[in-house]
Design a protein around this ligand. Structure first.
Ligand code: TXE
Length: 458
């Protein structure tokens, strides 16, 4: 398999893909190694993850560089991802003991009876990952899974293979047994499909809706637990009482950060007509000001598209569809004529929900701005989607924001912010955005299952 630099098109490395025998052997070894790992005292498992944290700090710069080379993430943002990993590690280390603790729900000396809930690891967890935030998406799964005593079979995205391999190397160097976190099962969807055929106890998938439903279907007959973190078409609503210039800068960052390749990027904006002109001017000005270019250059904000030609084709098709239906591009609107896979930051207006750019996941530096006349109109449009990941409202009026966001069917609500993930808050998608939860205490509980103990003394 070729690992290609999307900024130049050059082949960075060729890596052997895992085959069926390798996947089956990895499963057998994980199954055999997991009980001993689960029996390892929690303190010892935590110590291993603390060492992993120390290595991630020590190697942050070369790891960020690898991420930038293979995914095209601007180096300042790649450094941001490695730095953002640390509070996640700290959260899971701080919370795992509580999440694993037994719960005595009844003691009745008269009946010599005790009722107790004990939490057990699921067993062998398959983790099939996406490329856009490989450290975050990976860690959301392997940290709580390993800390709670599970073994993990990790298949990184074929677009983030080198980072996937680095994750495995760091975990092993930190002390995770080689069979408990199997070295990354390198390859594309075919390797993911092979992994799902093994008698795993759970699968945690992060990726597109299209692949997510294939994953769910593959394991459903065996009633294997499936966690699905899927796509989004996340809206932001800018109310009539905002500082339009400040809101424009914040929403633009939510739309274009990571070159728009975030599951919770702002993918459609509704702007109250009273602030429309000032907001649009400021928003377009911000988009025009972004430095597009070599992701290794610290001044770069917009890098190349990791999915290369496939991503450019989606963006061009969405622009053509929108313009064909009457939309106008105020800036950008086409791929850049330069080596690599770059698309100009693009802002469309006169858009509506008949257009693909307002309905289908875009996953790139392209955004439609729509004018609305009221809060009710905005809420109706925000809910007019199959997805349900996050939604944002910009207004100085907290009560107004909470009232509106309570009516929008998403797993996450943002007041005066967007494109933000906290380890303390549950990350869940609704509708086509997924099943299950990562992060927060719920994201630890997702990797254990309860066993009910009815204990009656002799
Ligand atoms: O997805 P793909 P990508 C979403 C984001 C976007 C997508 C981008 O919104 O939709 O992820 O990631 C493997 N059986 N999120 O392009 O193509 C494939 O090899 C088993 C949401 O990577 O779906 C890769 O490892 N596996 C998220 C993985 O599936 C298969 C956060 C995903 O690939 C397979 C980040 C198959 N048949 C991105 N086919 C959130 N909601 O938190 C492919 N794969």
């Amino acid at each position: 398999m070729r690992v290609v630099n999307p900024a130049t098109g050059e082949v960075l490395r060729e890596v052997a893909e895992a085959d069926r025998a390798a996947v089956a052997a990895a499963f057998r070894r994980a199954r055999a190694a997991q009980p001993a790992w689960a029996a390892t005292p929690l303190a010892a498992r935590c110590a291993v993850i603390r060492r992993f944290r120390a290595l991630a700090v020590e190697r942050a710069e070369p790891l960020a560089r690898t991420l930038t080379l293979e995914v095209g993430k601007p180096i300042t943002q790649a450094r941001g991802e490695l730095a953002g990993l640390l509070p996640r590690i700290d959260f899971f280390l701080a919370e795992v003991e509580g999440a694993l603790a037994d719960e005595v729900v009844l003691t009745s000396p008269a009946d010599r009876l005790e009722e107790r809930i004990r939490r057990e690891p699921l067993g062998v967890v398959a983790s099939i990952s996406a490329w856009n935030y490989p450290w975050y998406v990976g860690a959301n799964v392997f940290l709580p899974a390993l800390l709670t005593g599970n073994a993990v079979l990790y298949k990184p995205s074929e677009l983030a293979t080198l980072t996937g391999l680095a994750i495995g190397e760091l975990l092993h160097e930190a002390g995770v047994p080689a069979d408990v976190f199997h070295q990354a099962l390198v390859g594309g969807g075919n390797v993911g499909a092979m992994l799902l055929e093994e008698p795993i106890d759970a699968v945690c998938f992060t990726g597109s809706y299209a692949t997510g439903i294939k994953v769910a279907a593959a394991v459903a007959p065996r009633l294997v637990k499936a966690q699905l973190e899927l796509g989004g078409k996340d809206p932001a609503y800018v109310c009539d009482d905002v500082d339009a210039v400040a809101a424009a800068a914040a929403v633009a960052d939510g739309a274009f950060y990571n070159t728009g390749q975030s599951c919770c990027a702002v993918e459609r904006v509704y702007v109250h007509e009273r602030v429309w002109p000032r907001f649009v001017d400021a928003f377009v000005g911000t988009a025009r000001g972004y430095v597009v270019g070599d992701p290794l250059d610290a001044r770069t904000y917009i890098g190349p598209l990791a999915r290369r030609e496939a991503a450019l084709a989606v963006l061009e098709a969405q622009v053509a569809d929108a313009v064909g239906h009457g939309a106008r591009a105020l800036v950008g609107g086409r791929r850049l004529d330069r080596p690599g896979f770059f698309f100009a930051p693009t802002v469309l207006v006169d858009v509506d929900h008949t257009m693909r750019v307002m309905r289908e996941e875009t996953f790139g530096p392209l955004i439609g701005l729509a004018r609305v006349g009221s809060d009710d109109e905005a809420v109706a449009l925000m809910n007019d989607t199959d997805y349900g990941l996050t939604a944002a409202v910009y207004t100085p009026d907290r009560a107004r924001a909470e009232r509106l966001l309570a009516r929008v069917n998403t797993g996450t609500a943002y007041w005066n912010c967007c494109d933000r993930v906290s380890p303390r808050l549950p990350w869940t998608g609704r509708g086509a955005s997924g099943l299950g939860v990562t992060l927060a205490r719920e994201g630890i509980a997702a990797f254990v299952r309860p066993k009910a103990w009815h204990l009656r003394g002799g």
